[in-house]
Design a protein around this ligand. Structure first.
Ligand SMILES: [Zn+2]
Ligand SMILES: [Zn+2]
Length: 365
């Protein structure tokens, strides 16, 4: 038996995000997304998921397609899952995502830096939210050359169109009702390198490959390495100084930066791919980022660097500390020497072996 169609349905816009489309359908039917969901999926906790990323069962997509007369393929294109295999290996509702802004259902109650982003000028043209605005590397609109906004201009809360009331337009804050179009867009020079970087990243994500020194590689490995660069770029003290003006607290993770800060961080990270591999090697050496385990995230260490692309691993090896691990016997004899002749401290241990202080500390534990 096929599902009963919703009274009114709307065509998805090009590049529209699933939750945006569902919100527009709900409004067309004079209800909210919760109301819409309760019609076919009552009793199931489908609504309090991040709709754009959650893995609903096959039957859900089937019903959604029947309710709206829009093909399953087209619906799937509106999901963030469509980036799977292009920017990340897996995209699902589980855990932290490398490049995707997730929207926990508690956004209603907790203050977060970033929810759904929007370009005030795009929203003015057509009241819908784009899929690409959910990507961390998209921090500006390449069409209108202005920064994306991630918060309500009036109450400062992160946005989530799915929570808006039935009689509220798409361009209003779900929390305080302010008009998001009241925000004057902050313009960026048309030929800015930051905009170029976003265009480049979007095109790599779409094509599925990129070219480095005349050779083709899968796009996923690019985004893998870009994430590593982005993390170190945001750590770098230089950037702390640059973004200091609007820093609210000590920020370490890329997720915690605003779109304006991320725009600059992404631009600088993309630049590290230029003149491969000298630019990135220079950056790491100059910043004294030479400890390989610290350069890589926990995940890579756990996998023994198995997933690290070789085009990155090889030049990386050239600029990190080349140190062989000490044997048990060596550690014992240095410890015995220090205890007998001097004081046994991690600092002295490190000095004798040539390791960094932290490594010395680890050996003594
Ligand atoms: Zn725009
Ligand atoms: Zn508001």
């Amino acid at each position: 038996m096929s599902a009963q169609k919703w009274l009114f349905t709307v065509e998805p816009f090009e590049g529209e995000l699933l939750s945006s489309w569902l919100t527009r359908i709900a409004k067309a039917n004079f209800t909210t997304v919760v109301g819409l969901f309760s019609q076919h999926w009552a009793g199931k906790s489908y609504f309090n998921k991040d709709i754009d990323i959650y893995e609903y069962p096959e039957s859900f997509w089937q019903t959604l397609s029947e309710c709206t007369d829009v093909s399953i393929e087209r619906i799937q294109q509106m999901r963030l899952k469509s980036y799977e295999g292009y920017i990340q290996e897996t995209i699902n509702g589980k855990g932290k995502q490398r490049w995707i802004v997730t929207l926990s259902h508690d956004i209603k109650y907790h203050q977060r830096e970033r929810g759904l982003c929007y370009c005030p000028l795009c929203l003015k043209e057509n009241a819908y939210y784009k899929k690409e605005w959910k990507l961390y590397f998209v921090n500006a609109c390449t069409k209108h050359c202005c920064f994306l906004e991630s918060q309500c201009p009036k109450c400062g809360s992160p946005l989530a169109s799915v929570y808006s009331l039935e009689d509220q337009g798409m361009e209003f804050c779900f929390k305080c009702g302010a008009n998001l179009l009241d925000r004057t867009p902050i313009m960026i020079p048309q030929y800015s390198e930051g905009l170029k970087a976003i265009r480049r990243l979007l095109s790599i994500a779409k094509r599925g490959y990129f070219i480095l020194n005349g050779r083709w590689y899968y796009s996923m490995s690019y985004f893998y390495v870009l994430r590593i660069f982005t993390r170190h770029m945001s750590h770098a003290s230089y950037w702390k100084k640059i973004v200091q003006n609007d820093l609210k607290r000590h920020q370490i993770f890329p997720e915690q930066f605003t779109t304006r800060q991320m725009f600059r961080i992404i631009k600088r990270s993309v630049e590290l791919f230029q003149n491969w591999p000298y630019q990135f090697q220079y950056f790491f050496k100059r910043r004294k980022i030479t400890n390989k385990p610290r350069i890589l995230e926990k995940y890579e260490r756990k996998n023994n660097c198995r997933d690290l692309p070789f085009w990155f691993l090889k030049p990386l090896e050239e600029c990190v500390e080349v140190m062989r691990p000490l044997s048990k016997g060596e550690v014992e004899s240095i410890k015995a020497y220090l205890s007998k002749n001097e004081k046994l401290t991690a600092k002295r241990f490190a000095e004798i072996t040539g390791y960094q202080w932290m490594s010395g500390y680890r050996y003594l534990k």
